[in-house]
Design a protein around this ligand. Structure first.
Ligand SMILES: [Zn+2]
Ligand SMILES: [Zn+2]
Length: 256
């Protein structure tokens, strides 16, 4: 199997060395796809979250083998659509994971986005922006962590319940399935029982709406998270009739 989402030193928030990530993944008998952060909306900010693509390939190409692939996690930000498209299309990435980290210029990690918003308002806006930007970013291979907001939101109950947001979630799931791209099962929150049950519902619905393929990613920024909760992710995929895939040279491969 592949862990299709992890961050090494080219990501602003990771200190993990690629050599160590490779060793750890080999121990767990996993392939990996490195997916460094590229959030063009944060370029030049204190926390930059962008990397030098030429340097990335010149330093990491020597590690590339069948089980070590080089990807990118591109921020879905409509102001930077064309720049993002160029970066993805003009470079030899194996995989482009599209993710929302910013909404209306606010990093979802910080309080600002949530202040003066009810949970419903914040979550609806998050999903609306996800749908609108994913529609435009027609060159990504998979949608990253649909439940990202549940990591950081400032509400007592942070869960993105399918029942509460089903119309907006459905339109996103339909878009992914119509485009025949993958949806990521991000394993970060799967040891939380409430999150697991809710995400299971969302992936079940994805399959009902025609979705067929998923990628599994730990979103590791350190060695101990590589391959974490993969048994749970595999359970979700199998019970929702979804095939696990990974990408190499931007093509889909079925994972075992
Ligand atoms: Zn992310
Ligand atoms: Zn990530």
């Amino acid at each position: 199997m592949f862990d299709t989402h992890l961050h090494t030193e080219f990501s602003t928030d990771s200190k993990m060395k690629i050599e160590e990530a490779i060793k750890a993944s080999q121990k767990s008998n996993l392939g990996i796809i490195v997916t460094e952060h590229m959030d063009l909306g944060l370029k030049g900010e204190e926390k930059n979250f962008c990397f030098d693509v030429d340097e990335y390939f010149s330093e990491y190409n020597k590690y590339k083998i069948n089980k070590v692939l080089l990807g990118i996690e591109i921020g879905l930000e409509k102001e930077h659509l064309e720049e993002a498209r160029k970066i993805i299309n003009n470079n030899p990435f194996d995989y482009a994971l599209g993710s929302i980290h910013l909404v209306d210029g606010n990093d979802l990690y910080y309080k600002d986005f949530y202040k003066d918003k009810s949970k419903k308002e914040a979550f609806n806006r998050y999903l609306e922006v996800m749908f609108e930007t994913l529609k435009k970013f027609d060159f990504v291979d998979s949608l990253g962590h649909i439940d990202y907001i549940s990591r950081y939101a400032y509400y007592d109950d942070k869960e993105l319940y399918y029942e509460d947001y089903y119309e907006r979630i459905d339109e996103i799931l339909k878009l992914i399935s119509n485009r025949e791209i993958a949806m990521e099962i991000n394993t970060r929150r799967l040891d939380d029982d409430k999150a697991f049950k809710n995400l299971l519902k969302i992936y079940k619905r994805f399959n009902e709406l025609g979705g067929k393929i998923v990628t599994i990613g730990s979103d590791s920024h350190d060695l101990k998270s590589i391959g974490k909760n993969f048994d749970k992710a595999k359970y979700i995929a199998d019970s929702c009739n979804l095939k696990v895939v990974y990408h190499k040279n931007r093509k889909i491969y079925y994972d075992k």
